[in-house]
Design a protein around this ligand. Sequence first.
Ligand SMILES: C[S@@+](CC[C@H](N)C(=O)[O-])C[C@H]1O[C@@H](n2cnc3c(N)ncnc32)[C@H](O)[C@@H]1O
Length: 226
Amino acid sequence: MAMQLNKVVPFGRSLDEYRQMFALSESDLARNIIGVGDGPASFNAEMHALGKRVVSIDPLFRFSADDIEWRFYAVVDAIIEQVKATPDDWVWTYHRSPEHLRQNRINVLARFIADYEAGKTAGRYVAGELPQLGFRNDQFNLALCSHFLFLYSDHFTYEFHRMAILDMLRVAREVRVFPLMTLMLQPSPYVGPLIEELQALGYMAQIQTVQYQLQRGGNQMLCVKR
Ligand SMILES: C[S@@+](CC[C@H](N)C(=O)[O-])C[C@H]1O[C@@H](n2cnc3c(N)ncnc32)[C@H](O)[C@@H]1O
């Protein structure tokens, strides 16, 4: 289904946040990585500046830099107000306050926008989407998916999640997904059944607690290996 820009919250995270969310080691960062649903994260841009290659895939990449930037500024203040109105839902350790969060998201967007056109030309930003990524089997070594799967469990079915993770496991031998809770700060009901199903299919699947936390209780990642 074609993505409508006015339904998207184009908030992105930095390389440092990706490192913490996915417990990425230096050797992980040297792997052949696909970022699934990276949106306007600066992960790809910052990795590129370090001489490392990431391919990011997201339906958002059908839009221009101007469109993405326009959409970000159309929603950022309302979202920060929502955050301020729900103080118990957030942990202010990594980001120190709602204003600090806002500034960090602006910085990340600027870094992404500055890299976007060149990255598209170089094939580092690819328009596409789960549950079918359209890359070759084993084209990558590690697939990362942050703030899309599980978070939107109310909008996407269990079957969608199952197909999405199996397709990531087709293109990469290891998949990491963060966080494992929904937008309503509830543990996603899909995580347990999906781990059981993946283990029954012969994959190694385990939950790992990580350093990063912004949504209260959202400090767990799912790691699945072939
Ligand atoms: C909240 S953003 C997270 C961006 C980035 N992963 C991060 O954590 O900074 C969610 C992203 O999921 C993307 N998305 C929506 N539907 C998708 C799909 N079917 N497959 C892959 N990504 C999708 C959106 O375009 C958006 O960029």
